[in-house]
Design a protein around this ligand. Sequence first.
Ligand SMILES: Nc1nc2c(ncn2[C@@H]2O[C@H](COP(=O)(O)OP(=O)(O)OP(=O)(O)O)[C@@H](O)[C@H]2O)c(=O)[nH]1
Ligand SMILES: [Mg+2]
Length: 308
Amino acid sequence: MSEETNEHRCGYVAIIGRPNVGKSTLLNRVLGQKISIVSRKPQTTRNRILGLYNRDDAQVVFLDTPGIHEAQSPINRRMVDAAVDALSEVDLVIFMIDVAGSAALPERNRLVLDALEKRDLPVVAVLNKIDRVKRPDLLPLLAAWDQAGTWEAIVPVSAEKGDGVGDLLREIVGRLPESPPFFPKDQLTDVSERFIVSELVREKVFRLTGQEIPYATAVEVEEFEEVEGKDLVRIMARIWVERDTQKAMVIGRGGRKLKEIGTAARLDIERLLGCRVYLQLTVGTKSKWTHDRSLLQRLGNFRGGAGE
Ligand SMILES: Nc1nc2c(ncn2[C@@H]2O[C@H](COP(=O)(O)OP(=O)(O)OP(=O)(O)O)[C@@H](O)[C@H]2O)c(=O)[nH]1
Ligand SMILES: [Mg+2]
């Protein structure tokens, strides 16, 4: 590739929006690999997750962020802060809206709109989950969003099915500054495999347990060891919850729930690492960890803020 003749674009793009709109699904779709966990429950993503979309003429540094909502508890405030902080380091913002959800209209997105209004950033509005609405129902939403702000573009997509994602990438790349890549072109993310492993376990807890448990859970990878000559990785991880009653629910009758979490996580981890995985899960109780700032910092699934 000759640098003189071929222009190359590179920049930071934050994906923001209310919880559960499909931000992480979009990132995984664009990357073609799961680096950011997804669940049907809101407030799944807890950190800024960096994902690199690489091609010959461009590198897009995507920042997936926690959903922006009316945060009360320290853990939730920390998540919202991570999302809003991401805006300070980007060239372009992808503002994602769930057209099939209860917050499809601008008035239910006030917090996000306020965060954007404070900054003078170019924003592409993305109307996601179009696979779940009929075309005629999409038109009034498009009109409402057109009125609600100054957008670079409004792009309807289905992050899950892939519809419109190519158009969105064109809109994004064309708006990035000319620049050489910031990261090696074969890199996909800035987080360790160990971190993604802890997240994949947390995702299964999110998906396979109900009530308050997902929000009371952190995962700590205690051992991560490649077994020499065996194409096998041995992982020991601890699932932290806040109370013994929650611990009992995560373990389940006869250990069945924990086994289900472990099997589902192991399959995803094997796909991530491309080898066999021996995964051993244990459950521990740490009372009030979601309210303890210093603990939040040490525990898995919290890598600290933006710019690392
Ligand atoms: N039908 C449909 N579902 C989608 C689409 N995109 C995402 N979803 C689903 O929406 C839910 C939330 O997706 P996530 O990607 O976790 O959403 P998020 O915005 O990252 O959520 P938080 O991290 O909690 O803020 C999951 O059940 C996804 O499968 C889509 O295009 N169509
Ligand atoms: Mg997410």
